[in-house]
Design a protein around this ligand. Structure first.
Ligand code: F6P
Length: 337
């Protein structure tokens, strides 16, 4: 595709919010501004394009947001944008605003939307180049080893679970904690390792209650532990149900906590601010340099530009080696205290 000179670009956040989205928006606006490109903030995800809901952003308009959770642009999951008619309305807004490109910050659904509108634009003879920046606390995007927000969400969950542990330890109880992650177990796995969980359930591994819960608690008990911390990825089952089974089958009375949306909030960690800043910069440079529709990802610790169509086909191997580590750390031996 012939790269058209970028004069004005749009930036939006879509899907579930993630700490660090604001840092990415800031980097997009500042990079555009320092390269003579105007920037429009599209509000409420793709709905903003459908409804002409936007805000002009300049360099000072994104001051003091790098440390803020949430997204100043608001976010939404747009059903209307999934239909051709909705995308036609969105294209009209693009025309009115004179947008040459869009940086879409979000997850897989956000990127599929970006690709769909860019294709529809091409069919109409318009040029609208799109770049995706992966941001979701789930870390479940196939083409990127890391997504903005994951580190902060892990830290938030860890902080909460550490507090739960204090009271579980005093009362010699079992805590069953459900963490987010949608269909993926990354959050649960990292958090489970980091809090020294007794047992962790993830969707990538079929749950065997006897092996994964009963045996782990039994071993921990024989090793001298009198409180137990069980982490359940929401995609692996419901913490309430696991708690009920623990009560019925082991005879201990657990306390169940669903961490929920607290994991999506809070000031982004250093890793999320820094990664988001670099990704936002790279996204704008990708547009300016006239590359294909792209996704900016992290591969083996380095930032990479990937062609969007190919990136959306990529699958990420679940980190089973991390799971093995977790397994060996939770396999307590009798009398090893
Ligand atoms: O994708 C991010 C995420 O927080 C998932 O972990 C969770 O399953 C989902 O979004 C919750 O979505 P909602 O914002 O609709 O409650």
């Amino acid at each position: 595709m012939e790269g058209k000179k970028m004069k004005r670009i749009g930036v939006l956040t879509s899907g579930g919010d993630a700490p660090g989205m604001n840092a990415a928006v800031r980097a997009v606006v500042r990079t555009a501004s320092s390269n003579g490109v105007k920037c429009v903030g599209i509000r409420r995800g793709w709905n903003g394009l459908i409804n002409s809901d936007f805000v002009l952003l300049d360099s000072s308009g994104v001051s003091h947001i790098i440390n803020k959770g949430g997204t100043i642009l608001y976010t939404a999951r747009s059903l209307e944008f999934m239909e051709e008619a909705g995308r036609n309305k969105a294209l009209n807004t693009c025309k009115l605003l004179g947008l040459d490109g869009i940086v879409a910050i979000g997850g897989d659904g956000t990127f599929r939307g970006a690709l769909a509108i860019s294709r529809q634009a091409e069919e109409k003879g318009m040029s609208l180049r799109v770049v995706g920046v992966p941001a979701t606390i789930d870390n479940d995007i196939g083409c990127s080893h890391y997504t903005i927000g994951f580190d902060t969400a892990c830290n938030t969950a860890i902080e909460c679970i550490d507090k739960l542990r204090d009271t579980m330890q005093s009362h010699e109880r079992c805590s069953v904690v459900e963490v987010m992650g949608r269909h993926a177990g990354y959050l649960a796995l990292y958090v489970g390792i980091a809090i020294g969980a007794t047992a962790v359930l993830i969707p990538e591994r079929e749950v065997d209650f006897e092996r994964d819960i009963v045996e782990k608690i039994r071993r921990a008990r024989l090793a001298g532990t009198t409180h137990y911390m069980v982490v359940v990825a929401e995609g692996a089952g419901s913490a309430m149900e696991i708690g009920d089974r623990i009560q019925k089958e082991i005879g201990i009375d657990p306390r169940v906590t669903v961490l929920g949306h607290i994991q999506r909030g809070g000031s982004p960690s250093a890793r999320d601010r820094e990664t988001a800043s670099r990704m936002g910069y790279e996204a704008v440079m990708t547009l300016i340099e006239g590359a294909e529709h792209s996704i900016i990802g992290v591969q083996n610790g380095c930032l990479v530009r990937m062609v969007m169509e190919e990136a959306l086909q990529m699958k990420k191997n679940f980190q089973m080696e991390r799971y093995q580590i977790l397994e060996s750390l939770t396999n307590r031996q009798e009398g090893d205290y």
